[in-house]
Design a protein around this ligand. Structure first.
Ligand code: EPU
Length: 444
């Protein structure tokens, strides 16, 4: 088993290059199956989620040539041999359920396991299923799998009850090769969705975002191959910003699409952090940042993204005063709090009063168990190194940055969660002066 050992107390200093976005890369790989021509993908991150998906695609007959050093790969789905997914990799990633779209369009019938991903809530796909049924698909729930059948998909008008990022991507992909026009209302505005639309339009699709939450797709008969470059990962950018500030360091992060981070920058500036945008670079100066505690509520784009709440919570442990983080997108995304509390954070979990929970929360209220949806942080607290267990991907990166800014040494297990989404994380942090090592130990 591999673990991280982190010696806290060193400022992160220097320049760091951001990797390609995981949540664009996975969708682009899957969308490449919508054509039998070659799709060349550049700036693909070398992370285990991408490797798992590549394995899954190869298992069904897709040809993929990878040049890992150049972060480039070519997908050729001229031949797909199977329309039933049984891969053990499937349940590792949430995005894998999207595979049902190209397979349904090609075979008219597909069987896929129930969807997977981080354990941050129930994560059903009911909104996608409802939309696909409107387009003419018949979906049967079998023992631990979904069977989808459709002789053809027909354009439809569909309004998502609540936001769904990957669900929007599923219906956009399906509508691209459906007959006629599809209008999606209350569709997700995440930048990753627009990147998928950019790829599909490059492949010959006819997709327009008519207003912030309305997407119109005119089905085409065929898509063709293309070349596509993946944008920087905005979650990785946030991780490096928080790590810099929390360790009182000074870094330059690039390339950054600032527009995708507007809400985060606003909150940083209100809390008193010092950042400066210069073209596609971001200068972060945590050296003299005395932060004050402020409240945030997570929401779909353009709000404060759910993936940012964990690193933000760490920043708030060092801020003056009390602050609240209210998680409205996933129902169970505070798995890291027990670990921060082991380090001396003293964070309290609670359920705030919400006037209209149905409207407020992005998850289905019927899925709601006895989870807590908010935390209260009282700062500033000096965190102390400890033995930490990583519960999921974003929380993993967060616990690393907590360890970097703490006093003493931490040992972190569960680092395979980090490998899912952060390329050579410890190497890039070490290059910035962090004392972090990947160590092989006997499993307990
Ligand atoms: N939901 C339903 N029914 C649905 C769809 C969603 O109840 O049919 C619920 C979910 O359970 C969740 C909420 O609605 O509580 C939002 O789900 P959404 O579908 O928007 O999120 P997702 O597509 O599962 C993607 C990213 C997440 C990111 C969120 C928010 C991928 C593969 N995952 O998840 O990324 O946090 O959107 O932008 O794109 C990560 O990278 O670590 C990660 C978790």
């Amino acid at each position: 088993m591999e673990i991280y050992t982190v010696e806290g107390g060193y400022n992160l200093t220097g320049e760091v290059r951001v990797s390609g976005a995981k949540n664009v890369a996975l969708k682009v790989l899957i969308a490449s199956l919508l054509t039998d021509e070659e799709v060349l993908i550049e700036n693909i991150p070398s992370i285990s989620d991408v490797f798992s998906l590549i394995e899954m695609l190869k298992e069904i007959g897709v040809r993929i040539e990878t040049d890992e050093k150049k972060h480039r790969l070519v997908v050729s789905a001229r031949e797909i041999k199977r329309n039933k997914i049984t891969s053990p990799h499937f349940s590792k990633l949430r995005a894998s359920f999207l595979l049902m779209i190209p397979l349904l369009l090609r075979f008219r019938e597909v069987e896929i396991p129930l969807s997977g991903g981080d354990k941050i809530g129930v994560r059903p796909i009911d909104r996608t299923i409802e939309g696909l049924e409107k387009m003419g698909a018949k979906i049967t729930y079998q023992d631990h799998s979904h069977l989808l059948q459709a002789k053809k998909l027909t354009g439809a008008k569909y309004t998502f009850k609540k936001n769904t990022h990957t669900g929007t991507e599923a219906l956009v992909m399906a509508a691209t090769l459906a007959w006629g026009e599809t209008v999606l209302k209350n569709a997700s505005e995440e930048p990753e969705v627009d990147e998928l639309i950019r790829l599909l339009n490059d492949m010959g699709a006819k997709i327009k975002r008519l207003s912030s939450r309305k997407i119109v797709i005119n089905g085409v008969k065929k898509l063709h191959g293309t070349k596509f470059t993946i944008i920087s990962d905005r979650n990785e950018i946030v991780t490096f910003i928080c790590a810099t500030i929390f360790t009182r360091g000074k870094t330059v992060i690039s390339p950054v699409e600032h527009l995708h981070l507007t809400h985060f920058y606003e909150k940083l500036s209100v809390a008193g952090a010092k950042i400066e945008q210069r073209e596609s670079r971001l200068f972060v100066n945590g050296a003299n940042s005395d932060l004050k505690g402020i409240d945030i509520v997570t929401s779909p784009h353009p709000g404060f993204m759910t993936d940012w709440q964990a690193p933000w919570a760490v920043l708030m442990t060092g801020a003056q005063g009390s602050s609240v983080v209210h998680e409205a997108v996933f129902e169970k995304r505070f798995g890291y709090i027990s670990e921060l509390n082991k380090m001396g954070a003293g964070i309290e979990l609670f359920n705030p009063d919400v006037k209209n929970p149905e409207l407020f929360y992005n998850f289905n209220l019927t899925d709601r168990g006895d989870n807590f949806h908010a935390i209260r942080i009282s700062g500033p607290k000096q965190l102390l190194g400890n033995e930490l267990v990583i519960p999921d991907l974003r929380a993993g990166a967060t616990l690393v940055l907590a360890a970097l800014g703490s006093q003493g040494t931490s040992k972190l297990t569960g680092i395979e969660h980090i490998d899912r989404g952060y390329e050579k994380f410890e190497k890039r942090l070490s290059a910035l002066g962090a004392k972090i090592r990947r160590v092989e130990v006997a499993s307990k």
